[in-house]
Design a protein around this ligand. Sequence first.
Ligand code: HEM
Length: 534
Amino acid sequence: IRCQSTSTKEPKAKRNLLDNLSNLLTNVLSGGSLGSMPVAEGAVSDLFGRPLFFSLYDWFLEHGSVYKLAFGPKAFVVVSDPIVVKHILRENAFSFDKGVLADILEPIMGKGLIPADLDTWKQRRRVIAPGFHALYLEAMVKVFTDCSGRTAEKFEKLLDGERSRGGDAIELDLEAEFSSLALDIIGLGVFNYDFGSVTKESPVIQAVYGTLFEAEHRSTFYIPYWKIPLARWVVPRQRKFHYDLKIINDCLDGLIRNAKDSRQEADVEKLQQRDYLNIKDASVLRFLVDMRGADVDDRQLRDDLMTMLIAGHETTAAVLTWAVFLLAQNPSKIRKAQAEVDSVLGQERPTFESIKKLEYIRLIVVESLRLYPQPPLLIRRALEEVVLPGGYKGDKDGYTIPAGTDIFISVYNLHRSPYFWDQPHDFVPERFQVQKESEGIEGWAGFDPSRSPGALYPNEIISDFAFLPFGGGPRKCVGDQFALMESTVALAMLLQKFDVELRGSPESVELVTGATIHTKNGLWCKLKRRSNGH
Ligand code: HEM
């Protein structure tokens, strides 16, 4: 499935052919086992003109929150309702696996948590999730501020250069800058390796980008040609992919060896009593090896690290990219955010404590995740027959889906559902401060913070699965708090020092999707020092 934004119009004859093909497939498949479920009559050509999730949204408004989409030789059930999503992700989590997604990611992540089969997942989740404990997160704030500080210094140097030429602004692709920043942070946080990508290039960095590029390509390519025997030797991009993988794997193997060589026996409690804020290596790898290093084979550890590297890098970079994109169109919200940063931080760097006071910045981060969820779709495949419940709107009786059914959970649709959000497409971080029942929606309890006491950021529990930027249920993201704090720190430190504007019009920023939503040609911005002298 190629779902790339392009302004090129399909020639009419080709559109008609694609439409006819699509209708034929839709008709053939609509008589299948999903009974009375509405079928999206969309044309295949819809898929080529813009990202897939836009079309899924239109069909959601037309067909309701559970419908069948047929394209190519495959059919997917598209779900955009919180009750049904909760049923799939939480109440019946183990009746589903990752289906198509696992097929795509397994060659890259092996038996890492995201594509892992249920048995492996159960074992590894139990070991990995405690690695993200509160003291670890507190220690990570220093990594976030150090790395964001490096990025700010880089921008300041560029601005100094510009000033010597008489200018006061620089033009930068902030998406690329955020990508480097997020790579440095994930490397240090997960395996205590400094990619240093904000300031330099290296074969390992190139290999990480090459691998991400391939993951992206695979998630948007319809035929898994890489599974064809000999493809890895014959197809040049597959040869390059395996070369890149080897570079990263060698690097990870070296880090694992080092961590194992310096391993100390400890139990969780002792590890948690460590002075995390002062130890040299607070990384997840150190924790995993110290806890269970002897039990886990190197291959499994490598898969775990690779998974976290990929899962935690582009997602966070994308949040920062869209937060700036949205802010740049709302100068009054930039000023409000800067006023908060000035009053909470002044000239200081954020700390674990001050993140708690940066409420508006935190809400900008979550509102950006609402409008641009990463990834916009979650993918599941039913392992057995499942009876889905009825949803909030229409579809009151629910449907029975047979084993093998592929499902797209459209987080994008949920997050922009006109049934749950006022002005669903508008950037209003303040909406999360309004803790009131949403009006006019039967059965919708709205946001209820008492469901998740002490949560620093709105989540799927508080919203009863209407807002799920990190998924939900047992396979929810393990790095959610890491990513949220990282984004809060990076954004606060950017706004503390700089004013930012888009270089062109917002419409000129085209979207492309694969695993995440990103721009086609970068997020080109103008950056200036803050006029108040910060
Ligand atoms: C899973 C989003 C950052 C590691 C997930 C899932 C989502 C998600 C939606 C659930 C996928 C599904 O149910 O199919 C995000 C976003 C991030 C982010 C939006 C940044 C803003 C991170 C970071 C890490 C990480 C920083 C690691 C340090 C993982 C892992 C899983 C996962 C290991 C699989 C969990 C499991 O299956 O048990 N993430 N993530 N993510 N994420 Fe994240």
